[in-house]
Design a protein around this ligand. Structure first.
Ligand SMILES: Nc1ncnc2c1ncn2[C@@H]1O[C@H](COP(=O)(O)OP(=O)(O)O)[C@@H](O)[C@H]1O
Ligand SMILES: CC(=O)N[C@@H](CCC(=O)OP(=O)(O)O)C(=O)O
Length: 279
């Protein structure tokens, strides 16, 4: 039997990793190959740069607080247009051009991503209250890859902007994914970014807490790591930060024993606690 056959692999494709068309095509071919090998691939995407561009066209400024976009009502509409209209459909079309099948949906479809307001300061930014996975599971069982844009909807039907890392982590947790891979514009996690020598091929949640406390994490990496931590405390076993700008990084990561990006694991067992049983 092939490795991962029948298992679920959730891939989060960040907007900053999608800027080169040739590499994007190569990443999508790899994703298609995984699907052909019988893996239940679920593709969750971001699109921060596409939202920035659209806001600029409308003369609106992009403002971030701790890596999350301040979202007024108009920004929420434009974010939905950029993510669900532009980025999502271009990924679906590209997969189809490569000979595969894909169905694009947003968190609003089937009320997949239910939210409430995260904080007044951020405006229409959603805090996920529930993920309804049924629609994803139904698509994943077919020949098509579910391609998910991460808008959210609240109880009153109001639309919210949801960070794609947060949504992808929650989806991976709910689906009890075997693997959760975040493709970004960086090789992985560094203990002293961007010093190449400080690249971490493996790390744990408590080591990440120490890096955060030491001020070694900034920008979009903050919500990314918070999201991974939350999902790992709620069922997800591990996550991998991977370079989405490198051809075939997904294949190297999944099919070599060393992996390629930064593997994030729960904490190592503190063996001193079990000393009495070890004499
Ligand atoms: N310690 C760190 N290790 C790696 N990247 C970091 C670190 N601290 C901050 N970053 C930044 O986080 C960025 C990745 O987050 P982000 O731009 O939000 O990615 P994406 O758009 O793919 O979700 C990197 O490009 C890097 O500039
Ligand atoms: C609330 C919030 O910050 N939402 C993000 C949604 C897109 C996203 O997360 O895209 P990337 O993965 O490419 O960064 C935003 O507006 O940029």
């Amino acid at each position: 039997m092939l490795k991962y056959q029948g298992q679920t692999v959730v891939i989060k494709y960040g907007g900053n990793a999608m800027t080169d068309d040739a590499i994007k095509k190569s990443v999508l071919s790899d994703i298609l190959l995984l699907k052909t090998l019988g893996i239940n691939v679920v593709l969750v995407h971001g699109g921060g740069p596409a939202i920035n561009e659209l806001l600029e066209k409308y003369g609106k400024e992009s403002k971030f607080i701790n890596g999350l976009r301040y979202t007024d009502e108009e920004t929420a509409e434009l974010a939905l247009t950029a993510l669900s209209g532009m980025v999502n459909k271009s990924l679906v079309r590209d997969i189809q051009r490569l000979g595969g099948e894909a169905i694009g949906i947003s968190g609003i479809d089937g009320r997949m991503i239910e939210v409430e307001q995260l904080s007044e300061d951020l405006g229409f930014v959603g805090n996920i209250t529930k993920i309804n996975t049924e629609i994803i599971e139904r698509i994943a069982k077919t020949a098509a890859i579910p391609v998910i844009a991460t808008a959210g909807v609240d109880a009153a039907g109001e639309i919210y902007n949801v960070n794609a890392d947060t949504a992808a982590s929650r989806i991976a947790g709910e689906l009890q994914a075997e693997r959760f891979i975040l493709l970004s514009d960086v090789r992985g996690l560094y203990s002293n970014f961007p010093d190449e020598a400080s690249f971490l091929s493996e790390t744990t949640l408590s080591e990440i807490d120490q890096l955060v406390a030491a001020g070694k994490i900034s920008g979009g990496m903050i919500p990314k790591l918070e999201a991974i931590k939350y999902a790992m405390q709620n069922g997800l076993n591990e996550a991998v930060l991977l370079d989405g700008r490198m051809k075939n990084s997904l294949i190297f990561e999944l099919f070599t024993s060393e992996g390629f990006g930064t593997l994030i694991k729960k904490d190592n067992l503190d063996l001193t606690k079990y000393k009495q049983f070890m004499s």
